[in-house]
Design a binder for this molecule. Structure first.
Ligand code: PGA
Length: 897
C-alpha cells in the first residue's frame, strides 16, 4: 500500500510538545516510515487475501478522497459514485481497509510518543528533571518540593465506560505491533533479527485482517473487570516501580533526597463491576465476585515476583533482625521468601475455593499488606546493613513499591449508584414501617428522619419484610460493602446527587447493612443546577454534628463533567465546575475539612477531556492540595496507561502538573474575568438550550442525522445506552450523545453555545478583555484551545452530506442553521486568538487531522450511505458494515464518546 506513504509528513513547524524559547524540531521521519511500513504490509495482506483488484479499488478510493479533500469537485463526485457502486459483499472489506489503516497509524503514533527518537523531548525522566529544575529556578525551596512529592496522591479510577471500541484481542495485537516497532528502533540488530521482526509484523497484521473486529456479544461486567485487571498485569504492575525509580532519581538530583521507601504516590481504583448506575447487569453478586478476582490477580502477580526474588536473593550474610526471623537457614532471604510463597499459594487456593462457591476452612491467608511489607522490608534492611545496597535497591525495591501501591487488593473498588435508587429504598422502608412515603417528603423532613435514624442503633428495616427486587439489590450491595475490609473499598459514589439527604440516605443504608468503618460517601454533582448548589449541600452536611463526626475531617465530592456539559453546554458547564470546586474548597476550609475532589472526566472535549497538563493547571487554585482523583475511561485507559512505557509517561505528566499547581499556585481569576465568565456562561447555556431543549424538531433531527440509534447496538460495554427506555436526550447517557455527534463530524455538544456567547462579547467591543483572559488565565486559555481542537475535527461538508442522505427535507434547515453557527463560531474564536487558521500553534495536530481525513472521508461517506440503506431495509451485513465504519471513524478521531 504505497499509497500510505503520504500519510505522515512532518509538520511544517515545531510542535506543541516544546514550549516557546526551547524550540527543538521534533523528528517525525521515524513515524513517517513506520506508518508507511505498516501501510505496505496491510496492502500486501489485503492483496493476498482479497486479490490485486481489491487493492486497486482501495487505492482508487484513496486517490479520489485525497483529490476531493484538495478541493476537486470531480474527484468528490467520482468518489461518491465509486462508493455507491460497491456490491454488498464489498462494503465490509472496503470499510475495514480504511479502518485498519487508521488503527495502524494510531499505533505508530502511540509508539512514536515512547520512541527513542522522541525520548530527548518527551521521556518521563526528562519531564520530571526539567520540571523540578524549573521549580527550583522559580524559587521553590528544595525541601518544599520534596515534601510535595512525598505527599503526592494520585488516584486513577479505571471505569468500565463503554467508549473503548477496540476489542481486547485487537488491543493485544496492537500492543505487539508497537513492541515490534520499538525493537526495530534498536541499534545493532542483526539482519536475521530484523527480518524476524518484519515477519512478526506481517503475521500480526494478517491475524488482524483475518479476524473479527467486534465482539459478537456484549461483555459482562466480570469481563470488563478482567479487562481492567489485564491492564494492571500487562502494564501498570511494571510501570509503577519504573515511574517511582525515575521520580526518585530526579528528586535525588534536584533536591538531594530520594523518595521515602514507603511512598505511595499513585494508586488505582476500579469501577468495573462496581459502578451500577444505570447498569442492571452489575449486581451485588457481580461486585462480590469481581472483588475476589481482584485479590486473586494480586496474589498471582506477587507470586511471580516472589519466585523471581527467590531465584535472585541467595545471599547468606544478614543482619540480626533477619537472622532472628530466618532462624538457622543458610540462605536467610530465601527462607523468608519461601514463607511468603507458601502464604500466597494458600491464599490463592482459598480465593479459588470462594470463587467456586465453597466455604473453605479458615486458614492463615494474606489479608493485609503488612504481611508482605514487613518480611520484605526486613530483607531490604538486612541487605543495606550488610553492604548490599545495590541488591536491596534492585528488584526487591520494586516489589516493596508494588506492595504500597497495589496492596493485597490490586485496586480498590468504588461503588456507584443513582440517588433515585436510594430514595426508592427508603420510600419502601418508611412505607413498610407505616411512617408514610419518604419519596414524598420535603428535604427537611427527609433529613430529620435520616439523622434521627443514623443516631439510632436499632435495626431500621422491619423483620420478615420483603422489599421489591430493585430495593433488595440496593440493600444487597450495601451488604457486600459491609463484608469487605475497608482497604478494599474506595468510595460509594452517588450519581445525580442533589440534596444533603441523598448523602445521608447512603450513610443510613450502609449503617443498616453493618458497615463498621466509614468509607467515603461521595456525592456526584452533575447538572448545572446541582453544581451550583453543591456548596449549599455540603455546608448543610458539615453543619450537622452527626455528619461532621462521621467524616472526621475528610470528605470527597465528585464533579461530573459530561452530564453537566450535556445539560448546559461546555462553556457554562466548565465554569460551573470551576465555581463548584472553588466554593467547595472554601466551605470545607471553613469547617477544617480536607476535601478530595474527584473529577469525573471523559476523554473527549465534550466530556471534560483535555491534555492532562492543561486540564490540571486550569483548575482553581488549591484544588489539587489533597491530591488528584480522576476517572480514566475506555480508550483513554489504553492510550494513556495501556503500555507500561506510556503509563510511566502519564504518571510523570500528572506528577509534574500537580507539583506545579501546588507549588506555583495558578493565578486566581480577577473580578472582571469572573463577571465575564458569568455572562458568557448564562449566554452560552441559553444558546445551547435554545437548540437542544427548545427546538421542537431537534431530537428528530438528531435521530436522523447521526448514527445514534445504531450505536446502541454496538456491543461495546455491559451498560445500556440509556438510563431508562424511551425518552429524548434526557435519558440518553452522555457517552452515546457525544459519540453520535463525533461520527457525523458536527461535534455539536463540544461547541454549541460557546461561540455565540463569545460573539456577543466581541460585538460589545470587549474582545480585549477576552484576549487578556486567554493570555493570563489558564482556565480560559484551555477553553479556547479545546474549542479550536473541536472546530478542527468538525467538518461542515460531511455533516451536510449526512443531512442530504439521511435527513428529511423538512428537518434539514436545522442542520443548515447549526453549520452556519459553527462557521460563525470559528470566526469568532479566531478573532479572539488573533489567528488566521485553527490550531496555528499546534501544527502537528492540525496536520494529523488533515491527513487522517483522507482515510476517514470514505468511511463517513460510506456510513451515511449504509445508514440510509439499513434504515430502509435492515440487514445483518449492513449493520456489520456500519459498525466497521463507526470503529474506523472513531479510530480516525482517536476517540469515541
Ligand atoms: P456516566 O459518565 O454517564 O457514567 O456518568 C459519562 C461520562 O463519563 O462521559
Amino acid at each position: 500500500m504505497g499509497l500510505l506513504l503520504s500519510c505522515c509528513r512532518p509538520a511544517a513547524q515545531g510542535c506543541q510538545l516544546v514550549s516557546a524559547g526551547q524550540v527543538r524540531e521534533p523528528d517525525y521521519s521515524g513515524l513517517r516510515s513506520n506508518v508507511s511500513q505498516l501501510g505496505h504490509i496491510l496492502g500486501e495482506t489485503m492483496a493476498a487475501a482479497e486479490g490485486d483488484a481489491f487493492l486497486e479499488l482501495i487505492e482508487r478510493i484513496r486517490v479520489l478522497s485525497k483529490g476531493a479533500r484538495d478541493g476537486s469537485p470531480a474527484d468528490r463526485e467520482a468518489l461518491l459514485s465509486q462508493l455507491r457502486q460497491l456490491d454488498d459483499e464489498q462494503l465490509v472489506p472496503v470499510a475495514r481497509a480504511f479502518a485498519q489503516f487508521l488503527n495502524l497509524a494510531n499505533i505508530a503514533e502511540q509508539q512514536h510518543m515512547v520512541s527513542r527518537t522522541m525520548a530527548p523531548l518527551l521521556s518521563a525522566s526528562r519531564n520530571l528533571n526539567k520540571s523540578l529544575l524549573e521549580l527550583r529556578e522559580e524559587g521553590v525551596a528544595t525541601q518544599q518540593i520534596a515534601d510535595t512529592i512525598a505527599a503526592l496522591k494520585i488516584e486513577l479510577v479505571l471505569t468500565a465506560h463503554p467508549t473503548e471500541i477496540t476489542r481486547r484481542t485487537l488491543i493485544h495485537k496492537h500492543g505487539e505491533i508497537g513492541e515490534c516497532l520499538s525493537q526495530l528502533e534498536l541499534a545493532g540488530l542483526t539482519e536475521r533479527e530484523q527480518s524476524r521482526l518484519h515477519a512478526r509484523l506481517r503475521e500480526l497484521i494478517a491475524q488482524i485482517w483475518h479476524g473479527d473486529d467486534f465482539r459478537r456479544e456484549r461483555p459482562t461486567p466480570v469481563d470488563e473487570a478482567k479487562w481492567g485487571f489485564a491492564v494492571v498485569e500487562e502494564s501498570l504492575w511494571r510501570a509503577v516501580p519504573e515511574f517511582m525509580r525515575r521520580l526518585d532519581e530526579a528528586l535525588e538530583t534536584h533536591c538531594g533526597t530520594g523518595l521515602p521507601l514507603d511512598a505511595a504516590p499513585v494508586s488505582f481504583v476500579s469501577w468495573m463491576g462496581g459502578d451500577r448506575d444505570g447498569n442492571p447487569n452489575v449486581t451485588a453478586e457481580v461486585t462480590r465476585e469481581v472483588m475476589l478476582l481482584s485479590r486473586w490477580q494480586a496474589v498471582d502477580l506477587y507470586q511471580g515476583d516472589i519466585e523471581r526474588l527467590l531465584e535472585e536473593l541467595s545471599m547468606t550474610r544478614c543482619n540480626d533482625a533477619l537472622r532472628e526471623l530466618a532462624a538457622e537457614a543458610h540462605e536467610p532471604y530465601r527462607a523468608i521468601l519461601r514463607g511468603l510463597r507458601d502464604l500466597l499459594r494458600r491464599t490463592q487456593q482459598h480465593i479459588e475455593a470462594l470463587l467456586r462457591g465453597e466455604t473453605p476452612a479458615p486458614v492463615d491467608i494474606l489479608v493485609s499488606e503488612e504481611q508482605l511489607w514487613e518480611p520484605l522490608l526486613a530483607c531490604y534492611q538486612s541487605l543495606v546493613d550488610c553492604g548490599m545496597q545495590l541488591i536491596a535497591r534492585g528488584s526487591l525495591l520494586d516489589v516493596l513499591r508494588r506492595v504500597r501501591c497495589f496492596g493485597v487488593h490490586l485496586v480498590r473498588h468504588d461503588i456507584r449508584q443513582d440517588s433515585a435508587r436510594h430514595t426508592q429504598a427508603l420510600s419502601e422502608i418508611t412505607r413498610s414501617l407505616g411512617l408514610g412515603d419518604y419519596a414524598e417528603w420535603d428535604e427537611d423532613t427527609r433529613r430529620a428522619f435520616l439523622l434521627r435514624e443514623l443516631g439510632n442503633r436499632r435495626p431500621l428495616t422491619p423483620r420478615r419484610w420483603q422489599p421489591s427486587a430493585d430495593v433488595q439489590e440496593v440493600l444487597d450491595t450495601c451488604a457486600v460493602a459491609a463484608e469487605q475490609p475497608t482497604r478494599a473499598l474506595g468510595a460509594y459514589v452517588i450519581s445525580m446527587a442533589r440534596q444533603a439527604s441523598d448523602v445521608l440516605a447512603v450513610h443510613l443504608l450502609l449503617q443498616e447493612a453493618g458497615v463498621e468503618e466509614a468509607i467515603p460517601v461521595a456525592p456526584l454533582f452533575e447538572t448545572l443546577d446541582d453544581l451550583s448548589r453543591a456548596r449549599e449541600v455540603v455546608s448543610t452536611l458539615l453543619r450537622d454534628s452527626w455528619y461532621s463526626g462521621q467524616v472526621a475531617g475528610r470528605m470527597m465530592v465528585m464533579i461530573g463533567y459530561s452530564d453537566s456539559a450535556k445539560d448546559a453546554g461546555v462553556l457554562a458547564a466548565s465554569w460551573a465546575q470551576y465555581r463548584a470546586q472553588e466554593e467547595l474548597l472554601e466551605v470545607c476550609g471553613q469547617y477544617g475539612v480536607e476535601l478530595t475532589l474527584f473529577h469525573g472526566r471523559g476523554g473527549t472535549i465534550g466530556r471534560g477531556g483535555a491534555p492532562a497538563q492543561q486540564a490540571l493547571l486550569s483548575q482553581p487554585p488549591g484544588s489539587l492540595k489533597n491530591g488528584l482523583r480522576v476517572t480514566e475511561q475506555g480508550e483513554m485507559i489504553r492510550t494513556k496507561l495501556g503500555w507500561s512505557s506510556l503509563a510511566v509517561k502519564t504518571l510523570a505528566l500528572y506528577t509534574v502538573a500537580i507539583c506545579r499547581a501546588n507549588l506555583l499556585t495558578p493565578p486566581a481569576p480577577r473580578d472582571d474575568w469572573r463577571q465575564m465568565m458569568e455572562a458568557l456562561s448564562a449566554d452560552s447555556c441559553a444558546a445551547y438550550r435554545a437548540v437542544v431543549r427548545e427546538e421542537p424538531e431537534f431530537v428528530p433531527y438528531f435521530r436522523q442525522a447521526t448514527p445514534e440509534q445504531e450505536l446502541a447496538k454496538l456491543p461495546l460495554g455491559s451498560r445500556p445506552a440509556r438510563r431508562k427506555a424511551g425518552g429524548g436526550i434526557e435519558s440518553l447517557r452522555a457517552i452515546p450523545w457525544i459519540f453520535a455527534w463525533s461520527q457525523n463530524r458536527l461535534m455539536l455538544p463540544a461547541w454549541l453555545g460557546a461561540g455565540a456567547a463569545l460573539a456577543n462579547v466581541v460585538a460589545q467591543g470587549k474582545a480585549a478583555l477576552l484576549q487578556q483572559m486567554a493570555q493570563e488565565w489558564p482556565f480560559f486559555a484551555t477553553r479556547l484551545s479545546m474549542l479550536e481542537m473541536v472546530y478542527a475535527k468538525a467538518d461542515e461538508g460531511l455533516s451536510a452530506y449526512y443531512d442530504d442522505v439521511l435527513v428529511p427535507a423538512e428537518l434539514q434547515p436545522i442542520g443548515a442553521g447549526l453549520r452556519k453557527q459553527l462557521a460563525m463560531d470559528i470566526a469568532t474564536v479566531l478573532t479572539i486568538q488573533g489567528a488566521e487558521v485553527l490550531l496555528s500553534e499546534q501544527t502537528w495536530t492540525a496536520e494529523t487531522i488533515r491527513l487522517r481525513n483522507i482515510y476517514t472521508d470514505p468511511l463517513n461517506f460510506l456510513q451515511a450511505e449504509l445508514l440510509k440503506r439499513n434504515r430502509q431495509r435492515q440487514s445483518p451485513e449492513l449493520e456489520r458494515a456500519i459498525m466497521v465504519t463507526i470503529a474506523g471513524i472513531a479510530a480516525g478521531m482517536r476517540n469515541t464518546g
